[in-house]
Design a protein around this ligand. Structure first.
Ligand code: 6PG
Length: 238
């Protein structure tokens, strides 16, 4: 059963998630985390950069991405660029700890390459690469990572990573799959804002049709799934 944490504001989501993150890495020699794009992680990254730059030993943190847009790292759409601006440029983390998805590469080749990166660098559980933490957002349409409702079958892929297509922009994306997400030790959903409230209600209360949303399929075998919501995103379940 998922744990649901609700805070009055996005900022308090960021502050409390940061404390949660710090606790998770305590006593770990190497902590493998998959980051998410989106607006809520941006606030979290700003908070971590401001208040935890010296409070966390970033040399123990190995950073990956749960998804990336197939654009160069200099593109305003790039999740890596957002992370660089809001976090990486403000903390001291060894270059070799950063496993960027190469959005500038051929998508099919990059999905294969990144799948191998996960195989080669992550510990395994059930012979599947295991993240210590996967951070996810959720789109207004119930997508997560870059698995969208119109191609929800990507979730069930046997591959670690797949090429996805944004339903509106047709932009190619690289995304980790359900096999990786549900094998993580801990999964944290960071979901804020009023546009998420309807889907949060449908998914949490299992309202008819909820299984059509990829976010519904997030159910780590570890049982460690935590939703970090602000009041706006949680207003239909309170
Ligand atoms: C991405 C993200 C994506 C995001 C959701 C929610 O690359 O865009 O990984 O899954 O988390 O779209 O984004 P917002 O929090 O900005 O609504």
């Amino acid at each position: 059963m998922a744990e649901i944490k609700i805070y009055p504001t996005k900022q308090l989501v960021a502050e409390n998630f940061s404390v949660f993150f710090k606790k998770l890495i305590t006593n770990k020699e190497a902590f493998h985390v998959a980051l998410s794009g989106g607006s809520t992680p941006k606030i979290v990254f700003d908070h971590l950069a401001t208040h935890f730059a010296d409070d966390i030993d970033w040399s123990k943190i190995l950073l990956y991405w749960g998804d990336e847009r197939c654009v160069p790292p200099t593109d305003s759409e790039s999740n890596y660029k957002m992370t660089l601006q809001h976090l990486l440029s403000k903390i001291s983390i060894p270059e070799e700890n950063i496993f960027r998805i190469l959005g500038e590469n051929n998508p099919k080749q990059e999905a294969k390459r990144y799948s191998t990166i996960l195989d080669e660098n992550l510990p395994t559980k059930y012979d599947i690469p295991k993240f210590d933490l996967v951070i996810l957002g959720m789109g207004d349409d119930g997508h997560t990572a870059s698995i969208f409702p119109h191609e929800i079958d990507i979730w069930h892929s046997k591959a670690n990573c797949e090429v996805a297509i944004h339903p509106d922009s047709a932009q190619n994306r690289i995304t980790i799959t359900g096999k990786i997400i549900n094998n993580a030790e801990v999964v944290a959903f960071l979901v804020t804002g009023p546009t998420k409230a309807e889907k949060v209600k449908e998914i949490i209360k299992e309202i008819v049709g909820y299984k059509n949303y990829p976010a519904t399929l997030v159910n780590p075998t570890s049982g460690e799934l935590i939703w970090f919501l602000d009041s706006e995103a949680a207003k239909e379940i309170c």
